[in-house]
Design a protein around this ligand. Structure first.
Ligand SMILES: [Zn+2]
Length: 313
């Protein structure tokens, strides 16, 4: 069921949503993402410095935005790696809308002050998207060098480099005065020529419409992307009411992790005696912590025997 975007009364509910929309006259599809509790939940599981929280919040928002464009049955992962103080940022989204993420960084190399750009934190590096649709069938969607200062710049460079359709987007995340995190993103993408929803308009008209839609997106202030008092429908109506914007019902995303004792045991069984030794404490117990959710898995010596994770010394 779809309907025309129109203003609604009252503040937007505090939820984590993806909103699909379409600019009917322009052969352009859109996605809007609003995240709140989800970001709080992910970040509360870590004790990251503010610059890292900011970076991860933006990457999580961008990941949900990009995943919402794809049809897949499995896990969509976005990974950024570089030679800067932050060596890695990972976020993933399952088909069911379950989201998680973490960052790996060198605390001693982090810049002082809170004004470092994402690029200054990551340094020289690359962005990779993968879609994993089952065991042992990881498929790389794309990999591109980092270009530009902001997370949205990296995404735009990816779309410009790949043979994808014309795409424009904005991403923002901020910690509000009440301490809660808010993330927001908007993405526009031209429909493929064979898309049934695409109107049969002249190419030049479609080109003009695409340029106009991109300009409208550019007028969006960062605060509009994340402002809880501005409902997604209201923002879409404000921006695109002359483009005959139509909206689909929003879908929910939630935080969650797929780690489990069984998965940790499987990983431990692949480790060498030396690697396993490094995880062993003075009591002989092996401890492993999930990077995504910080759940600690501890196996004492007896359990290691039972699970056969004790490496041959
Ligand atoms: Zn976990």
């Amino acid at each position: 069921m779809i309907g025309a975007a129109a203003p609604v009364e009252g503040a937007a509910p505090e939820t984590d949503i993806v909103q699909a929309f379409q600019l009917e006259r322009d052969a352009v599809r859109g996605r809007m993402v609003r995240l709140g509790p989800l970001l709080d939940d992910v970040l509360a599981r870590h004790a990251y410095p503010p610059v890292i929280e900011q970076l991860l919040a933006e990457v999580l928002t961008a990941t949900v935005l990009l995943a919402s464009l794809l049809k897949y049955d499995g896990v969509f992962t976005l990974q950024v790696k570089g030679d800067g103080p932050v060596s890695v940022v990972v976020a993933d989204v399952t088909t069911d809308g379950v989201v998680r993420g973490y960052a790996g960084f060198d605390r001693d190399r982090l810049p002082t002050g809170a004004n470092a750009t994402p690029r200054e934190l990551i340094g020289q590096g690359y962005l990779a998207f993968t879609v994993d649709q089952g065991e042992d069938t990881e498929r790389y969607q794309g990999i591109v060098e980092l270009e530009g200062a902001e997370v949205a710049d990296w995404m735009l460079h990816y779309f410009a480099q790949s043979e994808q359709l014309g795409t424009h987007l904005k991403v923002a995340a901020r910690r509000a005065r009440d301490g809660a995190w808010r993330g927001g993103g908007l993405l526009l993408q031209r429909l493929p020529e064979d898309d049934p929803l695409r109107k049969q308009s002249a190419a030049v008209e479609l080109e003009d419409a695409w340029v106009r839609a991109k300009l409208l997106l550019d007028t969006t202030a960062e605060v509009e992307l994340i402002d809880r008092s501005l409902a997604p429908n209201d923002l879409l109506f404000r921006l695109f009411h002359e483009e005959a914007v139509r909206v689909w019902p929003p879908t929910l995303v939630t935080r969650g992790c797929r780690c489990s004792s069984d998965r940790v045991v499987r990983v431990l069984k692949t480790l060498s005696p030396d690697e396993l030794g490094e995880l062993r404490d003075e009591t002989g117990a092996v401890t492993a912590t999930c990077e995504f959710c910080s759940t600690v898995y501890r196996f004492d010596e007896e359990e290691q025997q039972r699970l056969k994770v004790t490496a041959e010394d």
